[in-house]
Design a protein around this ligand. Structure first.
Ligand code: BGC
Length: 387
């Protein structure tokens, strides 16, 4: 039999094969560093460690002035302050959950290694968290919970407490508006797709249900409002007025944006100031409505604190430092599809009415006297702030 090659050639060949197998194995194990086309890529931050590129995904602009005027600038300032050199990719889904998924995909493709997201839809957004998890990208749910057991953190306010403040305000002041059998109450709630709307509702009911049960108030209308659409809230109020021959004394309204439209419906019937209207967000328009007496109260949520807490978490993830002291043992259980306890930072909301505008939102610089007083028609400021 003829020998093919010398033993030396054979051992060299075997070495070569083993060597190339080793190289191939090393390449697939690292999974990054060399792009398919041969160019080099920056090594991806795993689980946010070393991350300096943060995707911020907000849900919409039309439902409340807060998203554009407060959350966006606060997050864009706080994140680079907490991680020097960090950049923020800002997105707004304009109420479209599919659009938000597309924006999240784009962020992840562009190298964003931590996502901060206020979901357009608390349920659908779980798919974004699943994709992020597969790529080792941590997700912080911002303001609104995401129904995912894989969610890393949740930063918000105590939203049941927000609803309880609104409900308690009604409980404390309804007697000024109710006479005899005229105690009809409407509830115009937020969007069912936003977990917060359910929390606000439950919080409010914890104070209102006893009044419905003992006959102090009569609930005649109760509706969740798709997308928190402000114009829809007006249609809802018009429908409730018509169905009750304009006999309504209390309008529990979940936020200032919707309250402003509910007030428009009341004005059309010359019933503004005669109905107790609630709100939330301490928007400039909301505070103006309180000063004119068209709205009774709002809930002030210091969004700078919410954005700062988020930035602190982002920085801790990036620096690989402990987050325990930031979340302080707080947890939120994922409802509906979950069960997991998500480490949470929950800030404290404050009720605001004519009596404490000055010492809360103005003192904090959340709204300025100049902004509130500009455009307020002369003689309409019943709160004495502008005159
Ligand atoms: C926020 C409120 C806001 C509402 C509509 C909720 O999730 O917590 O502050 O008014 O969405 O945008």
């Amino acid at each position: 039999m003829k020998r093919i090659g010398t033993p030396r050639t054979w051992s060299m060949l075997i070495c070569l094969v083993l060597f190339s197998m080793l190289i191939a194995a090393c390449g697939s194990a690292s999974g990054s560093g060399v792009a398919a086309g041969g160019g080099t890529t920056a090594p991806a931050a795993t689980n946010g460690k070393g991350c300096k590129k943060v995707g911020v995904l907000l849900p919409e602009t039309a439902s409340s002035a807060r998203w554009d005027s407060k959350d966006k600038p606060a997050l864009e300032a706080a994140i680079p302050k907490a991680i020097p050199g960090a950049t923020v990719d800002y997105n707004n889904a304009q109420g479209d959950a599919d659009q938000q998924a597309t924006q999240a995909d784009a962020d992840m493709t562009n190298g964003d290694c931590i996502l901060v997201m206020a979901p357009a839809d608390s349920l659908k957004s779980a798919a974004i968290v699943a994709k992020a998890k597969a790529k080792g990208i941590p997700v912080i749910a911002y303001d609104r919970l995401i129904y995912s057991n894989d969610l890393n953190y949740y930063v918000s306010f105590d939203n049941t407490a927000v609803g309880a403040l609104q409900g308690q305000y009604v409980a404390d002041h309804y007697k000024t508006y109710v006479t005899g059998a005229n105690k009809n109450t409407v509830m115009i709630n937020g969007a069912k797709t936003d977990n917060n709307a359910t929390l606000f509702y439950n919080g409010a009911l914890s104070k209102l249900q006893p009044l419905y049960d003992n006959g102090s108030l009569k609930k005649v209308y109760d509706q969740f409002t798709p997308n928190w659409d402000n114009a829809t809230a007006q249609t809802e109020m018009e429908g409730a007025l018509t169905a009750n021959a304009n006999n309504i004394q209390v309008a529990y309204v979940a936020n200032d944006g919707m309250a402003n439209n509910v007030i428009a419906a009341l004005k059309a019937k010359k019933l503004n100031k005669k109905v107790l209207v609630t709100g939330q967000d301490a928007t400039v328009a909301g505070i103006q409505n309180i000063l004119t007496g068209d709205q009774a109260m709002t809930v002030y949520k210091a969004i700078t604190k919410e954005a700062d807490a988020t930035a602190q978490l982002v920085a801790a993830i990036s620096n690989g430092t402990d987050t325990a002291s930031l979340v302080n043992g707080q947890k939120t259980t994922v409802p509906i599809t979950g069960g997991a306890d998500i480490p949470s930072v929950l800030e404290v909301p404050v009720a605001v009415d004519k009596a404490n505008i000055q010492t809360t939102v103005i003192a904090d610089g959340y709204v300025t006297k100049a902004d509130v007083c500009a455009g307020l028609p002369a003689g309409t400021d019943t709160g004495g702030l502008c005159s």
